[in-house]
Design a protein around this ligand. Structure first.
Ligand code: NAD
Length: 429
């Protein structure tokens, strides 16, 4: 099949590369010229394990190319995926300006039949609005369908998740579009759920909001554990064996971040309100998430007293391991709080320093975790990168001024840390 993918970010580039690797002819489009130049040179513009290999394989056999020219891509494809960003506005609404711009550009270039597929996460009703927008531009000169195929991949394991999803959701409005999309996903060994457009759009928000809810739930339980002397990890493990619950997303910590969960929870609250329902449960999920940052600060204050002029080493800046994405990362908000209280921050992250330093230019970035911990009054772990999970805590302690370890992701064994002389505080244990 001939495909185009508009927007070559984490979702778009993975989709384009994997579809090409599966044998389709794919054109990746982006309005960012620098990004397209890098991609034309075969370079992935962000950190995503395994993507470079897939990209290069697809490019070298001539099935994947990149352009900034949306019209040219639309002329040469039958199916066009929209994978542009839908960031949050200040009021919680999803900013759909990139989706609208992409839709406009597609509609203006359509000649024969085209299937336009929204893969970006969008509020329910967006597909219908896109249909109206395209109709206004084409005035019946080009037949088309709009479909919704929400993406569930996770950064850090995006290639694997894209190729081995738990399910594929196809929101369609015609038999023709269902047939095309079923054919595209034929090699995928998973349930295919076919729905109407609105249902598919809602499935994505309902799923992400539920994941956020699990995280906030276990964080609330962690706060109770701290007060009664129980261990939230054991609670989560035992809960997780129950197949009705599952262990995923039950890790207590500093809360969720990233470019999806915070914005999708906020957007879902707004979507619900516009539909006449106050989704108070989700508002509480977001509030608990914000509060977790305060829990971490409290642990640090309990150990250090005042934070002013104290040196704090922050290990991990990305919102989760195996990505360089710092959008809405708990570490960034936490560092801002530390700085407001007068602390000196030394930071280390295996991949996210470049992105973090654009937002936080004035902290000290270090080449490894031991250097970050040098002469620090406390170490705070905020992203559970594998290399940080296996830190040599004795070596770390030797370079620190004071042996205070705040484990925002419950990575370390509290008794082992305490045996080494640390003042250790985890989240809910
Ligand atoms: P991103 O910010 O990494 O990438 C978006 C890309 O679109 C950028 O390269 C940008 O330059 C480009 N773009 C913007 N407007 C454009 C236009 N008019 N024409 C061409 N290109 C344009 O975004 P992302 O993280 O890949 O997310 C994309 C969508 O997928 C969002 O709606 C997001 O919620 C959803 N999603 C993201 C993830 C994830 O883990 N990142 C997972 C599932 C779903």
């Amino acid at each position: 099949m001939k495909l185009s993918v508009i927007g070559t970010g984490y979702v778009g580039l993975v989709s384009a590369s994997c579809f090409a690797d599966l044998g389709h002819e794919v054109i990746g489009v982006d309005c960012d010229r620098d990004r397209i130049r890098l991609l034309q040179e075969g370079k992935v513009p962000f950190y995503e394990p395994g993507l470079q290999e897939v990209l290069q394989r697809a490019q070298s056999c001539g099935r994947l190319r990149f352009t900034i020219d949306t019209a040219e891509a639309v002329r040469n494809s039958e199916v066009i995926f929209i994978t542009v960003g839908t960031p949050p506005r200040d009021n919680g609404d999803a900013d759909l300006s990139a989706v609208t711009a992409a839709t406009e550009a597609i509609a203006s270039a359509m000649t024969g039949y085209r299937l336009i597929v929204e893969k970006s996460t969008v509020p329910v009703g967006t597909g219908e609005r896109m249909r109206g927008q395209i109709q206004l531009v084409t005035r019946g000169t080009a037949p088309f369908d709009v479909a919704c195929n929400p993406e569930f991949l996770r950064e850090g394991s995006a290639v694997h998740d894209f190729l081995h999803p738990d399910r594929v959701v196809l929101g369609v409005a015609s038999e023709r579009s269902e047939k095309v999309l079923r054919e595209l996903y034929r090699p995928f060994d998973c349930p295919i759920v076919v729905t109407d457009l609105a249902t598919a759009e809602l499935i994505k928000h309902a799923s992400n909001a539920f994941l956020a809810l699990k995280i906030s739930y276990i964080n609330a339980v962690a706060n109770i554990c701290e007060r009664v002397g129980a261990d939230v990890r054991q609670v989560a493990d035992a809960m997780g064996y129950d197949r009705r619950i599952g262990r995923g997303y039950l890790d207590a910590g500093v809360g969720y971040g990233g470019s999806c969960l915070p914005k999708d929870v906020a957007a879902f609250v707004k979507i619900a309100r516009e539909a006449g329902y106050e989704f108070r449960l989700l508002e509480e999920v977001a509030r608990i998430n914000e509060e977790q940052r305060e829990v971490l600060l409290r642990h640090l204050r309990d150990a250090l007293g005042v934070l002013s002029d104290r040196t704090v080493a922050v290990l991990g800046l990305a919102y989760k391991p195996n990505t360089d994405d710092v959008r809405a990362a708990p570490a960034l908000a936490f560092i801002e709080r530390l700085r407001r209280e007068g602390a000196i921050v030394r930071a280390y992250d295996p991949a996210a320093e470049a992105n973090a330093s654009k937002l936080l230019p004035d902290i000290i970035y270090c080449p490894d975790p031991y250097e970050a911990a040098r002469d620090s009054d406390a170490v705070v772990l905020l992203t559970e990168w594998e290399e940080l999970r296996v830190l040599d805590l004795s070596r770390l302690r030797e370079v620190m001024r004071r042996p205070i370890l705040i484990d925002g992701r419950n990575c370390f064994d509290p008794s082992a840390a305490r045996a080494l002389g640390y003042h250790y505080a985890g989240m809910g244990r």
